[in-house]
Each structure stands twice: as structure tokens, then as C-alpha cells.
Design a protein around this ligand. Sequence first.
Ligand code: TXA
Ligand code: MG
Length: 340
Amino acid sequence: METLILKDDQIQRAADFLADGQLVAFPTETVYGLGADATRSEVVKNVYAAKGRPSDNPLIVHVDSPEMVWQYADNCYKEQASKLMDQFWPGPLTIIMPIQAGTLSKQVTGGLSTAAFRMPNNQATLDLIKTFGKPIVGPSANTSGKPSPTEAKHVYHDLKGKIAAILDDGPTVIGVESTVIDLSADTPTILRPGMITEEELTDVLGDVASDHHKVSQEEIPKAPGMKYKHYAPNAQVIIVDDPNDFAEAIKEYAQASEPIGILATDLILNELSGNYKTYSLGEDVISASKHLFAGLRALDDQNVPYILAQGFPESGHGVAYGNRLNKSAGQQHFKKQGEK
Ligand code: TXA
Ligand code: MG
């Protein structure tokens, strides 16, 4: 199959593919998604196959409006959900609620009685869903286990030949996936951190819990996706938490035979001299979040054996960045001699 690259003046073409039961990757403000008709289970199955995704991992249902949600969601949490939608939609917040029985297939929900809903803040994709007239599922449009795609070329790299088209709207703005909040829990619970922070959600809802810190392979996490290997490039990633430790970390990991990769802010990169492959995270944790996945991919393309990646304090917007980076590094942090 040839994979077409479509621009935002070709929305109708993209919608026609969806209506024809084809897969179309779409842009959002966070990462690119792999779109398919959310109401047809035989089509949704193809999404799992294209990504190589375990089939017990449920998908996000992308909508163009709150109204579209209420065709599928039970309205038992409508009051809380509406407050969140008013405040954060369109935007990087995914809301999990019980669904009306029989409205969405088990391919979408992973067999749960709930589903995840999100209205992304990207005009081309909102136009696409409106033109198509139905919600579209959308896991991140990467091969399962690899860093999520923040540019159309990343999607093309992973899925060319497997999907009909990619709606290209340039690099995404945020770079890490949406915050996932489960309203069906006793206390509204954050299952995946993102750019909408716990503090912002607490301001709207009052009490909010967080359930993304200790998810290991053994536990059955609330968000099934959190238990799988994620965001992992071929290189081994090592997190350098203290910017002052880069020199020592480089000494430990530098190879005589091949350059290592360094993923850090300009402040750190400007201090370096030596034979490294570098990728800039910009200047702070917001720009770092935007560039993290692209950086991991770019360094991987250059076949580096190690990537030393800058850590940031894990509070506020740093929670999402730290969550993704820790997964891509398998939790490996640089420790100085004496600290080991
Ligand atoms: O920013 C994003 O959310 C991107 C863009 C494309 O919208 N999408 C995305 O989808 O990251 P995905 O499938 O890679 O991640 C969805 C997460 C997974 O961890 C999944 O297990 C969880 O949400 N999830 C989906 N439905 C759920 C449900 N009913 N209950 C619990 N967790 C759910
Ligand atoms: Mg994903």
C-alpha cells in the first residue's frame, strides 16, 4: 500500500479514506495519532495490527466537540466532565468515563466498561472529525514501544506501507501525550501525566489522586498502556539529573570507537567540546518535552550506543517529561563515583 502525505487542504480526501475503512494518521497538539473509524470494530482491529500493539490496551476516542462524547458516554459524570471540558478542551486532556452499554466495541475499550475521550487542539484534525462525522480512535502513530511521533516523517518511518495516509500539519506543539484522568474512580485519578498538571486539575475538581508513579510490569495498572515497554530507542538512555554531572557522565560512557548521543539544553550543549552527536532540548522543561521524542529518534538514526539525556525536577510540567524519559531509559540514572 502506498502511504500518501496529505496537507490541510485535503481534509475531504482524508475523511474519504476513513469512511472507506482505511487508517489515516492525524496531527494533534501532543503527538500524531493513528486514526480509524471508532464505530467499526473490524477497522479498529487494523490499528492494533499496524502498530503491533497488544490488544488489551484500550484506545482514545477523539471527538470534535463535547456533544459527540455524550452520544457514547454515560452522563453519570457529566457535571465534573463538563467542568473539565469547559476549562481544557480543545486541549491535551483525556477523560475516562463509563460508556452507554453497547455503544463502543471491545476493540476500542479493551473490554472495559469505560472509554477515554479527547478533543484535540488541532484545527486540521477537528475539521477531519467534523467532515467524517464520527469519532476516530487514535493511539500514538508509532510502532508499539518506540517514541511517539511528533512529526509526519516519524509516522512515515514507522508505518509507511501499512496505512493509507498521513495528514501532515508540521511538528506538534507539546510533544508529550495528553494527561489521562479517570473520572470513574472513587477520587478522580490521573493515570498518565501530561501538560495539564495535577495542580490545574485539582483547581477545577477539588480532590485529585495520581496513579502513575509505581506502575511496574507485575501490577495490573489502571491504564493498561502504562505496563508496556515504552518510548524506547535502540540506544541505552541514561538520565543525567544534575546538569553539573554531564562532564563526568560523558567520561564514563564515551566510547573510543563511536560517538555517544547527548540530549540536553543549549546551556549544556554550548559547554561541550568533543566528538558527540547532540540534539537540543531548547531551554527549559517545556521545550524539552516538545523535543524529547524527536531527539531520541534523531540520535537513534545516528546509531549511537548511549544517549545521555538531561533530567528535570519532577514537579509541575516536569512530571510528564520525567515519566516519559524514565520509561525510555528503563529508569536508569547516572550516579557519580561514590554515589553508586
Ligand atoms: O496525546 C494523546 O493522548 C495521543 C494523541 C494521538 O491523542 N494519544 C495517545 O494514545 O497517547 P495512546 O493509545 O498511545 O494512549 C492512551 C492511554 C493508554 O495508556 C491506555 O491504556 C489508556 O490511555 N486508556 C485508554 N482507554 C482507557 C480506559 N478506558 N481505561 C483506562 N485507561 C485507558
Ligand atoms: Mg502511545
